[in-house]
Design a protein around this ligand. Structure first.
Ligand code: NI
Length: 189
C-alpha cells in the first residue's frame, strides 16, 4: 500500500464513520498491518492509505494487533506526559509532544464488536496520535509551530521533487513507446 504524505489532501480531511465492516475492509486492515510493519511503524490510520474513513490499526509494545473502527476517546487523564512522536506520513522527523498520559477509548473491532479500552503508556500515545489523523490533525499541529512550519515546508519540497521525477519517468516512457511505434510502422511498410 502507498502511504500518503503530508501535503496530500486526504491527510487533512475529516474522515467519515465506517457504515459496515465487510470482508473487503478486513482485508484492508490486514494490508495496513503489513504496510505498517514493513515501514517500521506502530500505528496506521485510514487517511494515511488514502481512505477518508474512521479506522486505524495499532501494534504497541505488547505486540497485539489492534483494530479500531469508529473510535471515540471518551475520557483522558489530567496527568500529561511528553513523548517523542514520529509519523509514517512525514518520515525522518520527530518531536516531543505533550498529551494526556491515559485515555479510555470505545470502538468496534475488526468483527464489528464494540469494546472499551483503558490505555496508558505507549498504547495511549498511539491511540491519540492515530485518532487525530481521523480529524485531519497530525502530531506537529500539537507541537512547536516553528517545527510544524519547517516540516510542512520540507514535505512540500519532497512532494514536488517526487512529482517532477514521476513526470520525467512518464516522458521517457512515452518517448520509448513512440520510437517503438515508429519502428513497427517501418516494418509494416
Ligand atoms: Ni501518524
Amino acid at each position: 500500500m502507498k502511504i500518503y504524505k503530508l501535503g496530500e489532501e486526504v491527510l487533512r480531511q475529516k474522515c467519515e464513520p465506517v457504515a459496515e465492516i465487510t470482508d473487503s475492509l478486513r482485508e484492508t486492515f490486514n494490508e495496513m498491518f503489513e504496510t505498517m510493519i514493513e515501514a517500521d511503524g506502530v500505528g496506521l490510520a485510514a487517511p494515511q492509505i488514502g481512505i477518508a474513513q474512521r479506522f486505524f490499526v495499532i501494534i504497541s509494545d505488547d505486540d497485539v494487533r489492534r483494530v479500531f473502527v469508529n473510535p471515540q476517546i471518551i475520557s483522558t487523564s489530567n496527568e500529561l506526559c511528553d513523548y517523542e512522536e514520529g509519523c509514517l506520513s512525514m518520515p525522518g522527523f520527530n518531536e516531543n509532544i505533550r498529551r494526556p498520559a491515559k485515555v479510555t477509548v470505545q470502538a468496534l473491532d475488526e468483527n464489528g464488536k464494540a469494546f472499551t479500552l483503558e490505555a496508558d503508556g505507549l498504547l495511549a500515545r498511539i491511540i491519540q496520535h492515530e485518532n487525530d489523523h481521523l480529524d485531519g490533525i497530525v502530531y506537529i499541529d500539537r507541537g512547536d509551530p516553528n517545527f510544524a512550519a519547517k516540516v510542512t515546508d520540507q514535505m512540500k519540497k519532497r512532494l514536488e521533487r517526487a512529482a517532477k521525477k514521476e513526470a520525467e519517468k512518464a516522458r521517457k516512457a512515452a518517448s520509448i513507446a513512440a520510437k517503438l511505434a515508429a519502428k513497427e510502422a517501418k516494418k509494416v511498410k
